[in-house]
Write a new protein. Structure first.
Length: 256
């Protein structure tokens, strides 16, 4: 087990800029803003080693310029998206070695939310940007429902123990939708109690885990009879496969 910790630096309304550190060195993921990151690094006397980017949206990349003006470090990001100041362009199968933190991340291509979205994973954690959320998934802005479904399947095939670091605090509102899809899922009812408690105590709901998400996240449960039935009741059609179920509940969530 690696000796690093992960800390959520809060930004904007509900973004987390995940900061992985070993008390000396730090790596940050998706710095949409620079000021809270620079303040956190200074307050903990951490030296920045690298910046990891999952996709090109402004609330994930907006802080890069100002941060590298202060500390000139490599910036890793997806090869197929236009992002300022990227020094290392990544595609699925690539590796990111962060020697100062004794970490190596592998890359997955997970298109759908954006067309070049990537995830960083090792045997303990995955940083998946705006693709997988707790009890939800990202909106499909640039890809197609089959692409997004396959991207979520890739993430679901990581080991159940993998900690999932998503970029937004959307868990409670996602649970409300998930409860509409699966009102009788008792794991989901328990989760709602837990997250209500955490939110009313100003706690962070994340990370979640791949194994747990498979029990509560409707977008990872498109083969479950309860989710299929709920999707069919919504469209009044017979849905013949999990991708159609996924596309139906994604559309349902857009209007929820
Ligand atoms: Zn995004």
């Amino acid at each position: 087990m690696n000796n690093t910790q992960v800390y959520p630096v809060k930004a904007f309304q509900d973004n987390y800029i995940w900061t992985i550190h070993n008390q000396t060195h730090a790596v940050i993921v998706d710095p949409g803003d620079s000021q809270p990151v620079l303040e956190f690094l200074a307050s903990r006397k951490l030296t920045l080693s690298a910046i990891l980017i999952t996709h090109h949206h402004a609330d994930h990349v907006g802080g890069i310029m100002n941060i590298i003006d202060n500390c000139n470090v490599p910036v890793y990001g997806p090869k197929t998206e236009s992002i300022p100041k990227i020094t290392h362009q990544l595609v699925e199968g690539d590796e990111v070695r962060l020697d100062q933190l004794d970490l190596t991340f592998n890359i997955l291509d997970i298109p759908g939310h954006t067309s070049g979205h990537i995830a960083y994973f090792d045997d303990q954690r995955v940083f998946c940007g705006d693709t997988l959320f707790s009890c939800g998934c990202g909106r499909i802005f640039e890809g197609t429902p089959p692409q997004m479904f396959q991207s979520l399947e890739k993430l679901a095939h990581l080991p159940d123990s993998t900690e999932v670091y998503c970029t937004h605090e959307y868990t409670l509102s996602n649970i409300k939708f998930a409860r509409a899809v699966e009102p009788n899922n008792s794991a989901l009812a328990d989760y709602e109690h837990l997250i209500n408690f955490k939110m009313s105590n100003q706690q962070v709901s994340l990370p979640t885990s791949i194994g747990f998400e498979k029990s509560v996240n409707p977008f990872l449960r498109c083969n479950e009879p309860t989710v299929i039935q709920a999707a069919q009741a919504k469209t009044h059609e017979t849905l013949s496969n999990a991708i159609e179920v996924f596309a139906t509940i994604r559309k349902w969530k857009n209007d929820f």
